[in-house]
Design a protein around this ligand. Structure first.
Ligand code: SF4
Length: 95
């Protein structure tokens, strides 16, 4: 099964790279909750630990602050010290 590639996938990879470079990781309990939701989801691929909707490896994706489920089952993890995530979306919208 191939990995879906789209403009949205490219944007998500850019956000994920930014999170990794800036070390913006969610608390362990948030990652655990996200993974529990994924494991109950029909789009979860247990064999490869990935989401068949976005193609992402969920152990990595679930740990990053700007990650969100493509089916909106869980969202980004924002908190007061991490406002720069929203700034990137304003930059994209202003072009
Ligand atoms: S990211 Fe969303 S669609 Fe993908 S496996 Fe998790 S809950 Fe399902």
């Amino acid at each position: 099964m191939g990995v879906p590639v789209s403009i949205e996938t490219d944007r998500n990879l850019t956000k994920a790279s930014r999170d990794i470079l800036l070390r913006r990781f969610v608390p362990d309990d948030v990652k655990q909750i996200r993974m529990e939701i994924c494991r109950e989801c029909p789009s979860w691929d247990e064999r490869f630990n990935r989401c068949t909707e976005c193609g992402c490896q969920m152990r990595v994706k679930a740990s990053l602050t700007s990650s969100e489920c493509p089916l909106k089952k869980w969202g980004r993890h924002l908190h007061a010290g991490n406002l720069s995530i929203d700034a990137s979306e304003h930059e994209e919208g202003s072009k």
